[in-house]
Structure formats: structure tokens, C-alpha cells
Design a protein around this ligand. Sequence first.
Ligand SMILES: [Zn+2]
Length: 412
Amino acid sequence: MKRLLARWVFPVDQPPIEHGVVEIVDGVISDVGPLHGQPDSETTDLGNAAIIPGLVNAHAHLEFSSLDSPIKPALPFTDWIGRLLAYRRERTGSLDQFIRAGVHEAAASGTSLVGDIVTGDWSPDFVPDDGLSVVAFRELIGLLPDQMAPQLKLAKQHIADCRATKKTKHGVLLPAISPHAPYSVSPELFHGLVDLARTEEVPLCIHLAETLAELELLKSGTGEFFEMLTRFDLWREGTIPGNSRPMDYLKPLSTLPHALIAHGNYLADDEIDFLASHPNIATVFCPRTHAFFGHSNHPWERLIDAGATVCIGTDGRSSNPDYSLWAELQFLARQSAAARLPQILEAGTRQGATALSLVNQTGMITAGKRADLTMISLNESTATDPWKALFGTESKPVTTIVMGSRIRSPRS
Ligand SMILES: [Zn+2]
């Protein structure tokens, strides 16, 4: 047994605890509460620090970990995609190295669970066995009818491969699937993959309502996506039925226990209402990627207020400077009212764990959950408001603990 004492503990399912103690037995939280009396010899005093649940990055593309900075210019979006594909073709190094570097970077910045979109020759063996938990979303792409069977086969193989991999240390590795986006996956393939996710009980993520150009393609089959797909000879008359919209994708997703839509930048009012009544579909907001592309205001506050599930992702280094979920939360906190700070922490922990199907195990500091914890050093020692202290400008993750074991102590 060990106990960790800190100036503040943020369990997330209850208010912050001043001079809080987290007790851990065999990698599992056995108790949390205020310190009574003096700390004993089994208690480690972390001093002016906060203990929060391990951060959950619900949407990342770790394969782009070798990029020093985002691919520019960001717009037009289809040109950015073209540059991204060119980068992927021309980069040197192995996918194995890129994934390992991305996982280490995420862990070093306080993340204990990541939902990663995986492509190409990705293998479960690429996930380093040092504790960080990964939900691996196999990306599936196919607009043409003859792509459907091979993509379904690939998805099934991925699920089987992940399940056959035994991780010996503390993290978990779960399979998941990701029909990429409405402009790269036919409605038939999308429905086939939704059926597969339901049968296999795996999470499913799709990029949805990300750009106005996507909405235009869905509605009228025109615009920059039409031009790009025509250039690649991937567009056929009637590929997507006229007057389609994100709602046509949300309805099938509502039949799944765990669905995620990446971005949701341009959801209509009735789609927000639909998400509020279907908390099994999480919206992954990627704040700095959203800013990189210059999108209009994201509806994350409206979604939360309406009762929808909102979690946070970094997306890839292709549109973001790093894989630090903490940096996303700080970025959001800086531009939000103080009353939003508890919701921001919850989006980066419990809601992410919910979206990735692991909330019964992680995402809160509660007895019975895995001891997945992040230590945040607090430099604003005079702040008496715990939320101001937590989101102070100097606050930063110093240690990530997964299943009670320290997995990474970042260089300071
Ligand atoms: Zn993405």
C-alpha cells in the first residue's frame, strides 16, 4: 500500500480536496479523502502539487510525431490534406519509431490513456510496453464499391490482432475502428463498419462536421472536396445521396455503446440536441487544431450545457505543435470563464474515459478505479482557489502514474 498527499486532489466526481490523500493498493485506488493528523511513513508528501486523474487524449494521430511543426498553410483544407499525404509518402523512418515517440511524448505530458488513429503497417507491437493505455482506432478509407470488402476485412483483422496481443505491464490496449470521414468513406462502408463495431463491441470514431466544405459535399456534391475526389478519380455520381448532412451519420452512431465524432465544428442546432440525447456519442473537441484551421467558434459549451459528452483531443502534430493534452486544457482554460474550469478538467479525464469505453476503470480518483494519476506542480502557491491554482500559467505535469506505477518523469 502507498499513499500520496498533495496540496489539492481533484477526484473529478467530487469537489477538490485540500491536503488530499490518495491511497493505492496493488495499482488500484483504495481510498481518497482529506489528510487526518500527520502523514505516516507510508505517505509521500508531494507538497504544492495537484493530483488529477490521468489525462485522456481521446483523438490523436501519433504517427505524425516526427513533425516539428504543423503542416502549413492550413487552408484550403483539401490542399492541406494533399500536403499531409505527400508528407506521409516522403517521410523517412519507421512507423514503429513514430508511434513509440508519440506514445512517450503523450505519457511525458501527463496522459495515461490515448485514442490513437492508426494506419498503414501499424501493429499492436508498436505500442511500447511501459504502461500508457491505448485505444487503437484502425483508420478505414473507401469511397468506391470494390474497396468495401477489403476494408471490412482489414477492420476485422485489426480487432483480432489487438485482442491477441497480451500486454504484460500496466496499460491496456483496446481495438477500435475509424471510418475516416464522410468524404473518404462511402455510406455503405460506413454502415458496414457501424455494424461491425456493434457486433464486436468496439468504439468507433469518425471525423464529422469538421469543415464547411464537408457540409457542402454532403448537401450538394460540390465544392473543394468534389474537385479533390474528381482529381483522384474517386467520385462517382450518387456516391453520397443528395441533401445528406452530419445527422445522417449521427443516427447510425446512436446505436453503438461508444461512438466518437472528431471535431464537430459545424454541428447544426438539431444535431447538438441529438448529441445531448445520445451521450453514447462523444464529441472530441481539439482546441488548438480548431484554432490552427481558423474555424468559427466551437459549440463545446453548448454541448456540455445540453448534456452531451464532450472530450478533448490533440489531433496530430500535422495540425498541432505537440501531443500534450494538458496544453489543450490550459489553452481552453485561458479563454474560458472560471465556471468552466471543472468542466474542462472533466472533459480531459472522465469524459474521455467514457468515450473510449474505459470509464469503469479510469478517469476519476475514486476507490475501485485503476490508479491512473497525473501530478501537476503548482507554482501559484498563494492561490486559495483550487481551480485557479490548477490552471495557473506555471502549472505543469511532472509525473504520470498508470496502474499505480510511475511511467514517465518528463525532463523539466
Ligand atoms: Zn483527426
